[in-house]
Design a protein around this ligand. Sequence first.
Ligand code: UDP
Length: 374
Amino acid sequence: MKKNLVIGAGFSGAVIAYLLAEKLNEQVLVIDKKNHIAGNCYDYRDKNGIMIHKYGSHIFHTSNEKVWNFIKEFGDFNQYMHKVIAVIDGIETTIPFNFSTIYDVFPKTLAKRLEEKLLEKFEYNKKIPILEFLKQDDEDLKFLAEYVYEKVFLHYTAKQWGVNPESVDGAVTARVPVYLSKDNRYFQDKYQGIPLEGYTKLVEKMLTHPNIKLKLNTDYATVKNPEKEFDRIFYTGAIDEYFNYEFGELPYRSVNFKFEEYDREFYQSNSVVNYPCNYDFTRIHEYKHYLNDKSPRTVIAKEYSEFFERGKNERYYPIPKDENTELYNKYSEKAKELNNVFFLGRLGDYKYYDMDKAILRAIEVFETIKGESS
Ligand code: UDP
């Protein structure tokens, strides 16, 4: 029976561990330096019975049938479709900026004119990244584009990434495009929802298998002779750390959540409220909205973005940027020289994966291995 070591008990690690154990009937040891499973998707019910997402809101969404068919085997999901409220100049509206937003923030006659011009110029339902949307000839549309740039993206991106929107990879701001639609949802994926028993439970179900052994509070550095002891190693930690930062450190953004508890039923009208123009935090999460948890009290978290510093905080977001990709490529070239060591996950691949993409990547890594071993 082959022996595998999986470093990291987040989604990537749990998916690969489960597939090796279940489909190939191999032995798997999963280790994690944290004292809990599920990585940054970790959630728990607090004393008020509210499901808290310790590392910020996680909303599952995918259009990938393979991922959906896989994940739903581990628990039922509700039909929550995420909406984000943004406070722009004191007005509550929805993000992505869309036709409803135009009518929320502008007087009716101006909103109508902008709507007509947009419909003349673009196809209905089109999604336009802000940096592309800025390129307008028409004076009214130029005004609109600059308004959205400043009120939605400029200050939020400065808070989140420490730079202006032009200095982050276009794919980052394109995650929240201007949407020529009345669809107020944050995602348009076919499948969306929150697991009824939480993300931790989903991951726990993947890891509860006779062929899988789990060790928490265990750093990879403490494993003796891993290459000799195991047939394969799956590393979902930071790839630069694996190679002892030989070429330099890959930068990350981190997040600091300041939790507050209130003796009232609700703090805000929505699970997430963005503050793109005000305050130092980017957004406020109120967790009880996700599973409709009933409690006379509520818990919120204010999200402050900061640089990742080793030993001080956690890695959350790889920073997509040419120079960082070049540095990552050096590590990934070196990784190719290793036999039977596989890197995956946000930190292993240094990619801004959503949960579904991390799961898909783990399934694909497994499929390559399965192909080779059959
Ligand atoms: N963004 C913004 N204003 C907003 C929401 C998003 O400028 O109100 C930009 C910002 O640069 C952010 C990116 O769009 O980092 C992606 O946002 P998303 O909500 O997808 O980020 P995540 O939920 O992964 O933190």
